[in-house]
Ligand binder design. Sequence first.
Ligand code: PEP
Ligand code: MN
Length: 337
Amino acid sequence: MIIILKQGSNKSEIAKLEENLRANGLKTNLIEGVEKSIIGLIGDTSKIDLDSLYAQDCIDSVQRIQETYKNPNRKMHPEDTVIEAGNVKIGGGSLQIIAGPCSVESEEQIMSTARAVKEAGATMLRGGAFKPRTSPYAFQGLRGEGLKLLLKARAETGLPIVTEIMSADDLPLFEDIDVIQVGARNMQNFELLKELGKTNKPILLKRGLANTIEELLMSAEYIMSGGNKNVILCERGIRTFETMTRNTLDISAVPLLKQKSHLPICVDPSHAAGVISLIEPLSLSSIIAGADALEIEVHCDPKKALSDGGQQLKPEVFAEIMKKIKSLCGYLGRDLG
Ligand code: PEP
Ligand code: MN
């Protein structure tokens, strides 16, 4: 339920109202916007007496939220959420380009790729240390050692780090990481989501291979209901009957999520396409659709990559795409970084 407050209402009256609502076992979330101020209510609102609410001077109107997802719902928070990660802001108009290898493989590989993506204009560095692989015999990642290498790359380039977690047991290792990624395969690992909800780390939550937009929003709800409001939603393609691409990028998810939610939206064209030649058109169309960030796989020597070699861009190809992204940003009046 949301309470829309009258413009210019008395602050102490609003504070008293919040106190009364909390005394009734509800969580309140006051959002003071430029256009309007609201109080979002979470909990059992069925016993609230609407007549006594309307009797209060500061209340303009009351709306019930029909959707099952409350915290990520734009009705609860009309303005875009902006999330700070290291020295960058995700959401609110700027565009972040998260680039780097699928997996961290060695010091030389991550350092040279980090330098190259920075040089081309990337604003954040990605790299998997804990890798969810279809086969248990495939490269599983350098794990803790990989995280240390990512921090080394950040120390040199200044790029904030995005990297995937697979188990809540590893959380202590992620203390210095800027953005924790929850991969598609873990989107509904509810125990992991609950643990991430207890932290205040920015979480990049990827849509599951066969999950609906509503299920993605419900997974965000799991994290946010625990107190962590720093969630970035990521569209990375879903499984369809199409076989020419690895997945099908659901481009309509981007404007739809923007309408339904206040959270920033990232698009991963690399895992969506699985094909190098599609990364540029999918990146540009995602920006036009309203993405706040892109996550793109880049490897200094893709032929030798230990995972996803077929979809990782060479740094020089990434640099060419970055030129087009920059000119599109200029055209759209959006800041990169
Ligand atoms: C990744 O980004 O490294 C990854 C495994 O992606 P996804 O979870 O979207 O498959
Ligand atoms: Mn990958």
